[in-house]
Design a protein around this ligand. Structure first.
Ligand code: GLC
Length: 581
């Protein structure tokens, strides 16, 4: 009898463990909708806004270029590098925040939305940055943190002072349940998001870290104050905004507890993790409505402006931010594809989904890294050939490509251990194993200074200065100057591709059509079609040479790796690709 009971318990335990493992290792696959895609008959270029066809380069100001030898990148430094970005061929620059901030999250904790932090420069310099960018025929995009402020923002300082001051309701304040927080809500990256304030004797909620209290957007004064910020920068001539964690702005007004989930390991879109589904704290319908309201403001400006949202969720949810009538955010980041796997099926599946969920007039985005993520070349095993093939793909797909500074030369991740990080994240996850903190959580490793030259400090700051983060050791051989002098460098590949893209109507405005003969196998094959014109892209995502049949009269417009045409056959080397005309 006892043996039977023990056996039963053992069976239940084993089943439980199997279920947990399966639930935690799986990623839900979303059904792909049937979408009718029309080719070559889209609205003509002249009737379409510039942002649909732009290319975006992200600058992380702290690490781009220092001009005054304090080891911190600044606005004057950026201005001195604008010709580089223009010559490289990007049309739009997005700046991570340089507003006044205690820099606990390096600018994503804003204490004044109108002023630059003195470390970076003054208002005159910001004005001249905008002017200098426009002078070079480029567009400028600022980063807006609407969800939260710094705890040192005067609004929060006032709000926490008492329960009845004029700003007392500007943040999410609640009484606890006895000693416990008001709800079970986790922050964006998991674990309790409530913090007790001993002055007010109440809890405040923060979606990110404790020093970044969430604003209460249900208070009309908060909304107006933030809309004023939006209008201020639009009036100054800023062409658009990148909206920080836009899908965490509204929470459930009734403060209901989030439901339990079997998921401990975060899902790729962060909707479930650490035993919780973020039903009431993420992707609230009021976020979608706010997207439309903001669009209403932007659409009163001419020339047109745009917004790209940092949002997470499945495609169906993300599309809600864009609005049924394309009347919400203009673009959202589609991070799903950035979990790079080097095989053709991976790309085929992701791109097919993107095409099905965001057919024209929606515009997709292609983003493989940023200041929070593992740099793409490190995901590709530091393989230059693969990085070139990826650039070819990213710059020929339909949608807006986003590059993070340094990607154009293949800057890899640094090796700063988690326990030496300046980034606040590793300390907020001090219970995680070292390996996770070192590379995944420690964002210092993707934020090391831009590698300009082989000189001391990589030309980022004075040779004798101490850069805020150490320059990565490989900079003597991996830097902009060197790649400018190499015909075959990744920088040269990117520059050529950007030039070709700018000169090609199909690549900028065209629809995307998969070639049937490549619906399986190691080669990605598609056409970009705009009215009567088309180009073909073929990329071999494997280490095996491929011999492919191509149309008569096709010529190679651009190739990366090995590509030889012999009559109607194209031989593509491993990880090599072409644009054919
Ligand atoms: C976004 C930013 C990240 C920042 C966080 C909190 O994810 O990209 O750098 O730490 O929001 O503002």
């Amino acid at each position: 009898m006892l043996r039977k009971i023990l056996l039963g318990i053992l069976l239940i335990l084993i089943t439980g463990i199997v279920v947990l493992v399966v639930v935690n290792l799986s990623n839900d696959t979303e059904p792909i909708p049937e979408t009718e895609i029309t080719h070559g008959v889209e609205v003509a270029e002249a009737d379409r806004p510039w942002w649909e066809a732009t290319t975006v380069y992200q600058v992380y100001p702290r690490s781009y270029q220092d001009s005054n030898g304090d080891g911190i990148g600044d606005i004057a430094g950026i201005i001195s590098r604008l010709d580089y970005i223009a010559d490289l061929g990007f049309e739009t620059i997005w700046f991570s925040p340089f507003f006044k901030s205690p820099q606990k999250d390096f600018g994503y904790d804003v204490s004044d939305y109108y002023l630059p932090d003195p470390e970076y420069g003054d208002t005159l310099l910001v004005d001249s940055l905008i002017r200098e960018i426009h002078k070079r025929d480029m567009k400028v995009v600022f980063d807006l943190v609407l969800n939260h402020t710094s705890e040192e923002h005067p609004w929060f300082e006032e709000s926490r002072r008492s329960r009845d001051n004029p700003k007392s309701d500007w943040y999410l304040w609640r009484d606890g349940q006895g000693e416990e927080p008001p709800t079970n809500w986790h922050r964006a990256l998991g674990m309790n998001g409530w913090h007790f304030d001993s002055g007010r004797q109440q809890w405040y909620f923060s979606s990110f870290l404790s020093f970044q209290p969430d604003l209460n957007w249900r208070n009309p004064e908060v909304k107006e104050a933030m809309f004023d910020v939006v209008r201020y920068w639009l009036d100054k001539g800023v062409d658009g905004f990148r909206l920080d964690i836009f899908n965490y702005i509204y929470e459930d007004p009734d403060f209901r507890d989030n439901p339990f989930s079997l998921r401990v390991v975060p899902t790729q879109d962060f909707t479930k993790m650490f035993w919780q589904e973020k039903k009431y704290t993420m992707n609230h319908p009021d976020d979608f409505a706010l997207a439309k309201e903001l669009r209403g403001i932007l659409d009163t400006y001419n020339p047109p402006r745009f917004m790209v949202g940092e949002v997470f969720g499945d495609h169906k949810t993300l599309r809600n931010f864009l609005g049924d009538q394309q009347d919400g955010l203009n673009l959202v980041f589609l991070f799903d594809i950035s979990a790079l796997e080097w095989n053709a099926d991976f790309f085929r599946d992701k791109i097919q989904r993107i095409e099905a969920f965001y057919p024209y007039p929606y515009t997709p985005t292609y983003v493989f890294s940023n200041h929070d993520r593992i740099r793409s070349i490190s995901l590709l095993g530091n393989d230059l050939q693969k990085a070139k093939a990826l650039a070819l793909l990213q710059l020929t797909l339909r949608g807006v490509p986003f590059y993070y500074q340094g990607e154009e030369i293949g800057m890899p991740m640094a090796n700063i251990p988690g326990d030496q990080a300046l980034d606040p994240l590793p300390a907020a996850f001090d219970w995680l194993p070292e390996f996770a903190k070192d590379q995944v959580i420690n964002r210092d490793n993707c934020r090391t200074p831009m590698q300009w030259t082989a000189n001391a400090n990589a030309g980022f700051t004075d040779a004798t200065a101490i850069p805020w983060l150490p320059v990565s050791p490989g900079y003597e051989t991996l830097n902009v100057e060197r790649q400018m002098n190499e015909a075959n460098s990744l920088l040269a590949t990117n520059t050529q591709l950007l030039t070709i893209r700018r000169a090609s109507q199909p690549l900028q405005w065209g629809s995307l059509k998969w070639l049937e003969e490549y619906s399986a196998g190691d080669v990605l094959g598609f056409q970009r079609i705009y009215q009567q014109e088309q180009v073909t892209v073929l990329i071999n995502i494997s280490d095996v040479e491929q011999s492919l049949e191509i149309g008569p009269g096709s010529t190679i417009l651009f190739a990366t790796g090995k590509a030889d045409v012999n009559r109607n056959r194209l031989v593509l080397g491993p990880d090599s690709g072409v644009i054919l005309k």
